[in-house]
Design a protein around this ligand. Structure first.
Ligand SMILES: Nc1nc2c(ncn2[C@@H]2O[C@H](COP(=O)(O)OP(=O)(O)OP(=O)(O)O)[C@@H](O)[C@H]2O)c(=O)[nH]1
Ligand SMILES: [Mg+2]
Length: 455
């Protein structure tokens, strides 16, 4: 097993920087470069000490005065011996100390390697490890609180309990394989069916939660759509409060899509400005429109901009097309350019939606109403009391569990116990992959490569 080291704080100018070192060689290495009242290897676990870091390859000159924190195995984040060196920040000092460690044969840590060690040493399961990543990448108070709650392992515990129950059913069925089917009591079948149904329901609830969790994790996605020249990019810029997208009076200015982030009342929002939607013969624009539609499909809210100077109902066909195509996504219609439009009494759009806001993207009129709408739809789409963050990996595995259990149910109906046992065992294995009770290296690598270095 190798010993690894990396900067655990962001690089750059800062008051202090923390270098984390973990593995079997930690104490023998730091003994050589730390000079304080005591030798690190003689220090007690969970204590901190002040001293000099010296460069043993360059006449023992002092590199920095630092604090070291001692965590002896197994009572550390990784489960191995860990020392954290708190040195002065900046570009130079931390990298001098890291170079020193690397010269002594310690390896630079890969992204997520500390957390991976923690997982392999049984300090946490995969769901908890993923919660660590979620916590680091949190973009809102809501998502960080949920990730923090997930660290306590309740999600994994319920998955693990269900897995054990499935394995029990399996062994029951497998024992019964040696007997004729009639020996299995009907009540056993009832119990099995009930458990399978409950498990399917549990998975379905988690899958339903995925969308809300994704909003917590990556922000509320809003797509701005409309016919060319309706003022999409103007609104995008107005909401961002900067000239990010090109605005011109030539229809078809935005060719694919542009995205950027804003906070609306502390809600992290990803705004997407898209290419104007219309039937077109221009190939580049057509590609842009396809892309725009693809972006729209991932949105949590659609803002459809209508050019009011062309009439309030000018975008009705587009509204109908979009609402049929993306039935699940709420749409708000923004009547744009009220600064130059002559008012029109004929207000047919009311029949389509309650949300028909009058704005001027160019003059920044009505932006406050848009913020209110964003807050309203955000609150409708998240589930504030949840304790679990379901990610894409979990979701895919949960779908597999449901598939296997549905097959098992059918098999049980025809008393094909052998088949049912295979399906239930598969389902149990998928559960195991969620918590990490069963795993393979590819899965591990793909999870931990998303972490940052030093975590
Ligand atoms: N008077 C007025 N003009 C506006 C308003 N919003 C946009 N415009 C003008 O409408 C034209 C088109 O604006 P854009 O923001 O580029 O429109 P778009 O929908 O992004 O257009 P494409 O990217 O080509 O689809 C520009 O000349 C804008 O200055 C508004 O509220 N009032
Ligand atoms: Mg545009």
């Amino acid at each position: 097993m190798k010993t690894i080291a990396a900067l655990a704080t962001p690089p750059g100018v800062s008051g202090i920087a923390v270098i984390r070192v973990s593995g079997p060689e930690v104490f023998s290495a730091i003994d050589k470069i730390f000079q304080g009242k005591q030798k690190p290897s003689e220090m007690k676990s969970h204590t901190i000490h002040y001293g000099d870091i010296i460069d043993i390859y360059n006449n023992n000159i002092i590199v920095d005065k630092a604090i070291i924190s001692i965590f002896k195995a197994p009572n550390s984040f990784t489960g191995d011996d860990v020392i954290e060196i708190s040195c002065h920040g900046g570009k130079i000092t931390p990298s001098l100390i890291l170079d020193l460690l690397y010269k002594m044969g310690i390896s630079p840590a890969e992204p997520g390697e500390f957390t991976k060690m923690a997982f392999l040493n049984g300090k946490m399961d995969l769901v908890q490890a993923e919660a660590v990543a979620d916590l680091i990448h949190s973009i809102s108070v809501n998502s960080s609180q949920t990730a923090a709650r997930q660290l306590n392992g309740n999600f994994s515990k319920s998955i693990s309990d269900l897995r054990q129950q499935l394995i029990k059913i399996c062994s029951l069925l497998e024992i019964d394989l040696d007997f004729i089917n009639d020996d299995v009591e009907f009540s056993d079948y009832d119990r099995m069916n009930a458990l399978i149904n409950d498990t399917i329901l549990f998975c379905e609830n988690l899958i339903n939660q995925y969308k809300a969790d994704n909003i917590l994790r990556s922000g509320f996605h809003i797509a701005i759509i409309g016919y060319p020249n309706s003022g999409k990019s103007s609104l995008f810029n107005a909401l961002l409060n900067k000239n990010r997208a090109i605005v011109s009076n030539i229809p078809g200015t935005t060719r694919d899509y542009i995205e950027d982030y804003i906070y609306v009342n502390n809600i992290p929002v990803k705004l997407i400005d898209t290419a104007g939607l219309r039937d077109t013969i221009d190939i580049i624009e057509l590609d842009g429109i396809k892309l725009a539609e693809n972006m729209v499909s991932q949105a949590d809210l659609i803002l459809l901009i209508n050019d009011l100077t062309l009439g309030e109902n000018h975008s009705n066909k587009l509204f109908e097309y979009i609402s049929n195509k993306f039935k699940e996504i709420p749409i708000v219609i923004l009547q744009n350019k009220i600064d130059i439009a002559t008012t029109n009494d004929n207000n047919d759009l009311e029949q389509y939606t309650d949300n028909n806001i009058y704005i001027s993207a160019k003059k920044s009129i009505g932006l406050h109403d848009i913020s209110n709408i964003i807050v309203k739809y955000y609150n409708l789409s998240i589930n504030p009391s949840q304790n679990i963050l379901v990610n894409e990996r979990h979701k895919a595995l949960l779908i597999n569990v449901i598939e296997e259990l549905s097959l098992a149910k059918n098999a049980l109906k025809t008393h094909s116990n052998e088949l049912a046992a295979i399906n239930i065992r598969n389902a149990a294995n998928y559960f195991g992959e969620i918590s990490g009770e069963s795993f393979n290296n590819d899965v591990l690598n793909s999870i931990f490569s998303k972490f940052c270095i030093g975590k």
